[in-house]
Ligand binder design. Sequence first.
Ligand code: T1G
Length: 716
Amino acid sequence: MSDLVQVSKDGEIGILTVNNPPVNALSPGVPEGILEGVEQFEKDDSVKAIVLIGGGRTFIAGADIREFGKITAGGDQRRGPGFNAILNRVENASKPVVAAIHGTALGGGLETAMACHYRVAVPSAQVGQPEVKLGIIPGAGGTQRLPRLAGIQKAVEMCAGGDPISAGEALKYGIVDKIIEGDLLAGAVSFAREKAGSPPRRTRDLTDKLGTAEANGPIFAAACDATKKRQRNLVAPLAAIDAVEAATQLPFDKGIERERELFQQCLFSDQSKALIHVFFGEREVAKIPGISKDTAQIPVGQAAVVGAGTMGGGIAMVFANAGIPVLLKETDQAALDRGLATIKKNYANSVAKGRFTQQQMDERMARITPTLTYDGFGDRDMVIEAVFEGMALKKQIFGELDKVMKPGAILASNTSTLNIDEIASATTRPEMVIGTHFFSPANVMRLLELVRGKATSKEVIATCMSLSKKLGKVGVLVGNCRGFVGNRMFHPYRREAQFLVEEGASVEAVDQALYHFGMAMGPLATGDLAGLDVGWRIRKEFGDARNTTVRQPLIEDRLCEEGHYGQKTKSGWYKYDENRKPLHSEDADRIIAQARKDANIQQRSISSDEIVERIIYSLVNEGARILEEGIALRAVDIDIIYLNGYGFPAYRGGPMWYADTVGLKKVCERVLDFEKQHGATWAPAPLLKRLAEEGKTFADFDKQVAQGAAAAEARS
Ligand code: T1G
């Protein structure tokens, strides 16, 4: 019997325990072990029913995603009967099989549970078919069994949306038969005793909830419409809807065949490869060379935020949402009142949308204590400064924090561009200083750039990395340079968008090209949203320091000079109606035409392919520099930053992964073309050039980094 599935008995109940830490993925040996166990209990006359349970922290988190790369288009040849056949065999068992769920039953985990005859779960359990998040669809009967248990509407929602549901909801929809309070195994065993002796109830035989063609038609049509809007350009969710539709049209086994076909089509798609890269990438970024699970951490039970503006207020909400009480400091009562009113309004919106209850809102508000002084800061484990982006002010505040915070407290700055070492120099404890760059709106955006200063201690980094997860963020560690990773790359990205307009592309053409590429928003519309005046003011302040030998964008300064700051003035690259709908702007037309004339730029027609190449390759080229300088640890770190902070489409894997898929040779050739046409800013990054010449990818670069880190660890 496989070690991965253990067999035991409690009286006449046979118990199968899956033991494949950390998440009981269905690695080779697990499905086979389950089947062997079921067959053994079938033969054992003393056993009347079977319980299948997960050992450790969870039931079964699904297929082993690491194995996907080994599956070939011809199917998984290394394995025996195949997972579907195993599940059919479990479903056809002569004795009732009860799945006992804690933690998560996801993907193949839920499919296994649905092939059992009954399911019980602890209240905190979650079940789901998250495959679409990996660019695939359920591939082991999920699209056929789930509609039979939960009905078409819910099955479509779960298979196409991918979000898990709670045990309580699963009970309501018939996915789970009973919630077990208290000990799960004991509860599952006594449930199995009740079912012992009765004929197994096979999910495949349940047809009551499959509905009629008339009732189902509108459900599928609405699901397709919603998917095209919410999961724009994604293939898998539409395939998942097709597969569920097949459950309503075909007998079970034929439905399984159709599901298999659609699954195979998705599995070998570029989208799936990119999304799997993202799945592992989000976990990879948490791994920092030299920092391990044993690195000491600072417990953060209570925090404080300085500055109750948009960012500070959002950050306070993030802590309050995670159950961490937070002091929120402002310098004057009016600013504090404004900050609190915004927080209240945001929470009330969430309550109105049903995201949480009024009681939860009250609890969260109660965790935020407004203040005009540093009283109480001395007890806090961490402070985040989120004031106006000016070095003098930041240094003054860090000097004050150095005096009031207890020894061992983390001093964090939410700066988005400034030098963290200089900020730290205002304190006597630079090892406790770190940048925590949240993205606006802080309570919504998942990205958290953690900026490591020269002196930042490993304990502070380790703490902030795990705190990110607790706060519901993806923390990515970056080095100290102007703009860090995200904003440093964003600079050439927006610069090229403006140059393209100067050269003849329309504002709409630039934004549409990037939107069709998959960006959440075009670069010029993004400028309008963020406010064009922010960069303009900085340029005015640092004007003399600007490099006058390279071409600088012209139009945004002129828009600002005439008061077109973007959405906040209802006019920028676009003009905006009262619903913030962007409309073509004649003012922008006039300013653009004048700028072209003054700079003597010949207008030309520019294809959308060129627009995408210019803008996306500018990201890639700067990303390669950042990698080479060690500002980002790995290419995947850059990808995760762009996906979570800048609206880059996950199904393209991030800018560096995307460049790999295009081929670095081709990317580098285009960069060299652009250098010829547009000058020195387009000089290819040496790393890009080298990898292109060697026929390598950024993923190869990351592999080398990982090998280097493993070798260093082995030596230490
Ligand atoms: N396969 C391989 N490794 C996995 C894995 C999986 N399914 N799930 C997690 N891991 C690794 C992960 O990389 C990390 O490794 C460690 O486990 C802990 O994960 C046939 C085709 C279960 C909710 O999509 O959503 O079934 O970094 O840090 O926060 O139709 O992991 O430590 O080396 O995320 O407690 C469908 C994916 C597969 C579930 C736990 N299943 N996993 O979260 O821990 S497709 C999924 C998760 C499928 C069938 C199909 C989460 C989690 P390392 P973690 P966590």
